[in-house]
Design a protein around this ligand. Structure first.
Ligand code: PEP
Ligand code: MG
Length: 751
């Protein structure tokens, strides 16, 4: 059908489409006109628009050529029939003989068995699947490239029309999507429940003019915008010369795309078919996002992300819509982003009610900051950035990892109850803030807080913590773009000590490596980073940073007591070597005439099972030990703490693990070594009570956990709890949890 090929003129088709869009008709009538127009322009017997009714149902919303009575009646599941396949894969299907294709489904109500050739393309906007546009002919033929391209361009315009509310009316499947309630399931990044209104970290750029009849001008606009972005990237590259390799790589990738001929060519072709420059960029971006969802290779995915970012820049340049879209941040913002860096998150600070990320991980820097700020965080909430619009009402359940977007009344009521219960509990915690964490049988547990940012320190007062049991110094390194100077660090540590007002602060030296990669340090390609070159191993092999940090700590203390501990010590020798560095630093400070600390305690974190079996001499020499339960547990069970699949498989209250912890307690008691526990489990009330029952007397946790843990400790009798644990152990049970829960239920909730 060379004839048809010649006559398919996409510019003409788009020009007519624009006329239809300018007409007064709306909704179904307009959609009907459009299908008729496309069928005519493409010389096809059928043109149909299928739109998503819900996540996995497509509905025939308009047709020219199929039976009119099937409109809004015919529905398909995602993946069902050729239309469903196009929708699922986000890829076109072009076949001269549809009935013989795998997956073809005969729909009697439409009368479609009469049609042989089938060309279906996805209607998608920025990776969000909206529906499928189909043309069919009776005569068997394969659609040629020019026709396929034309239909894809039209699909792109349709997607934009939906965004503009063009289909409001009975066929409003699309527009309605952004008004319907949506429930999204992700994973917990930080517990807590909150409600508020959506604030998009990167608001979507709205393309208001997808069609243009002056391709010349549009080509110029595209070229100018690409040039602008290219110059911008070059500037960033020049500025980043002192920056880390990783940053350079990202910028190089940007440049590669900005110079990529294929990418430019495809956009130029789309413009010559009648799209505006921004619509052409967006079409490419949609394709990249669709590919992103299918690519398994992490490196390729990252490159597609880069392309996505580059497209965003281009769109902002072309539409003049910066991050500043003029929208006003709501008073109760819930931040929505694909991902976010720790520094950006700190910029928002405590103003945020909650955070929902499409990506992210429990151990990501953003999660660490969210935890430090005690802001509920849900990660892996797929589609949130495409579903949410600025200002939407949103409820975030950080405990369950669930997000209710535009919730209906029943959800709102239930959720408000949850928030009220939380508030009630908070009141209860506030009422015991100044009381000791004393168990019913008169044992007092010392509760400390974990910190890492200046933003944490006000909590020292508010939470009732007795001091800082773990100050994660790496957070200060992670939130910067370059290595901090010694003078900056010592000023910062001095401020931490000032804020602590005499309460003890245990500084942990830099714990980098594994998931904590400094943006300005060369990343190490290690097969198992958690078991790799990290923490004290880096500190001892490349002692420059360790020395600088120790000096900064000594100077900050100047005449005040100082406690320092080394992370991830696996054997006695490492501790000795690290302590020798401290002694050297102290001697050096002395020579330089600086005031030494009033007292100096040097401890270690017990995070590897090997250290629990270190010689007695180690236990005698070390001033104090702190169990890093997060790491210790992952190595004890050989279960990656970052891997959602295995992370929850092993219970902290597993009898073997508790027995192991108890042996550490016994060894420390035997050598009079002071011992604390500072992993996440210390902040979980039931776990904390069990840790106390097996003999731990100091627990360090997030500030927000101090109230709930104290409440629990005041509720239990450690002697009784110990007997419960022993009984479970004697009975050969795997975990003591069921019996412990039973016991807790039998105790009175308040005291
Ligand atoms: C731990 O491993 O338990 C710990 C407290 O250190 P981090 O979580 O920073 O590795
Ligand atoms: Mg650790």
């Amino acid at each position: 059908m060379a004839d048809a090929e010649k006559k398919t003129n996409s510019r003409q088709m788009l020009a007519r489409l624009r006329e239809v869009m300018a007409e007064d008709s709306a909704g179904q009538a307009r959609l009907d006109t459009i299908t008729k127009l496309i069928a005519e322009e493409m010389h096809c017997d059928v043109c149909s628009v299928y739109l998503f009714r819900d996540e996995d149902t497509l509905e025939l919303c308009a047709t020219e050529g199929l039976k009119p009575e099937s409109v809004h009646q015919t529905r398909l599941k995602l993946g069902e029939g050729l239309v469903g396949l196009v929708a699922r894969k986000g890829q076109r299907i072009n076949t001269p003989d549809a009935p013989s294709e795998r997956g073809f489904r005969y729909m009697a109500e439409t009368g479609e068995e009469m049609f042989s050739s089938f060309l279906g393309v996805p209607i998608q906007r920025l990776g969000e699947k909206l529906g499928v546009l189909v043309v069919q002919t009776k005569v068997s033929r394969e659609f040629v490239d020019i026709e396929v391209d034309a239909l894809e361009v039209v699909a792109m315009v349709l997607a934009e029309m939906a965004e503009l509310g063009a289909f409001v009316g009975e066929g409003a499947a699309l527009t309605a999507r952004h008004t319907l309630p949506v429930l999204l399931r992700g994973a917990t990044g930080q517990e807590g429940a909150a409600q508020g209104h959506v604030w998009l970290h990167e608001p979507r750029v709205v393309v208001t003019n997808p069609i243009s009849d002056d391709p010349h001008r549009e080509l110029e606009r595209l070229q100018e915008a690409v040039e602008d972005v290219r110059v911008g990237v070059d500037k960033m590259l020049a500025g980043a010369r002192g920056g880390g390799k990783e940053q350079m790589e990202v910028l190089e990738a940007y440049r590669m795309f900005a110079n990529s001929k294929g990418w430019m060519r495809r956009m130029e072709e789309d413009i010559s078919r009648g799209l505006s420059a921004e619509a052409a960029v967006e079409k490419e971006q949609s394709n990249a996002r669709a590919r992103m969802q299918q690519v398994k290779d992490a490196y390729l995915r990252d490159r597609l992300h880069d392309l996505d970012d580059l497209s965003n820049r281009l769109l902002r340049t072309l539409t003049g819509q910066g991050s500043e879209t003029g929208a006003e941040m709501p008073s109760d913002p819930v931040l929505i982003a694909r991902n976010i860096g720790p520094a950006e998150l700190l910029d928002y600070g405590r103003s945020l009610k909650a955070i929902v990320l499409e990506e992210g991980s429990v151990g990501s820097h953003a999660a660490i900051v969210a935890r430090a700020l005690a802001i509920p965080l849900v990660i892996h909430a797929e589609r949130i950035t495409t579903e949410a619009l600025n200002g939407d009402h949103i409820m975030v359940d950080g405990d369950q990892g669930v997000v209710h977007l535009r919730p209906d009344d029943t959800v709102v009521t239930a959720f408000k109850d949850k928030i009220a219960m939380q508030a009630e509990a908070q009141e209860r915690y506030a009422s015991i803030r100044d009381k000791p964490a004393e168990t019913r049988d008169g044992v007092t547990i010392s509760l400390k807080m974990n910190a890492g940012l200046m933003a944490d320190l006000p909590s020292l007062e508010g939470s009732g913590a007795e001091g800082v049991g773990l100050f994660r110094t790496e957070l200060q390194f992670l939130v910067r773009n370059q290595m901090p100077k010694r003078s900056e660090l010592s000023a910062l540590y001095a401020r931490v000590l000032d804020a602590a007002q005499g309460k003890r602060v245990v500084f942990r030296t830099l714990d980098i490596g594994s998931d904590k990669v400094l943006p300005y340090m060369k990343p190490n390609d290690e097969p198992n980073p958690a078991l790799g070159w990290r923490a004290i191993r880096v500190g001892l092999d490349k002692p420059g940073i360790l020395r600088m940090q120790l000096q900064a700590l000594l100077r900050a203390a100047a005449g005040r007591p100082l406690s320092v501990m080394f992370p991830f010590v696996a054997q006695f020798e490492e501790f000795r070597a690290a302590r020798a560095e401290m002694e050297k630093a102290l001697a050096r400070e002395h020579t330089l005439g600086h005031i030494p600390p009033e007292s100096l305690e040097i401890g270690a974190m017990l995070e590897t099972p090997s250290l629990a079996f270190a010689p007695d001499q180690f236990f005698n020499e070390v001033d104090f030990l702190s169990i890093g339960g997060n790491d210790l547990k992952q190595f004890f069970f050989a279960a990656d703490r970052e891997n959602e699949r295995v992370r929850r498989r092993y219970d902290t209250l597993n009898v073997s693990f508790l027995t192991f912890l108890e042996q550490i307690v016994t060894r420390c008691n035997g050598s009079y070594t002071s011992l604390s526990f500072c992993g996440e489990d210390a902040g979980r009330p039931v776990e904390a009570a069990c840790l106390a029952a097996i003999g731990l007397r100091t627990l360090s946790m997030r500030p927000a956990s101090i109230g709930p843990v104290k409440n629990m400790l005041r509720r239990v009798d450690l002697g009784e709890l110990r007997a419960v644990i022993n009984a479970a152990r004697d009975a050969g049970e795997q975990s003591v949890r069921p019996r412990v829960m039973e016991y807790i239920k039998s105790t009175s909730p308040t005291r």
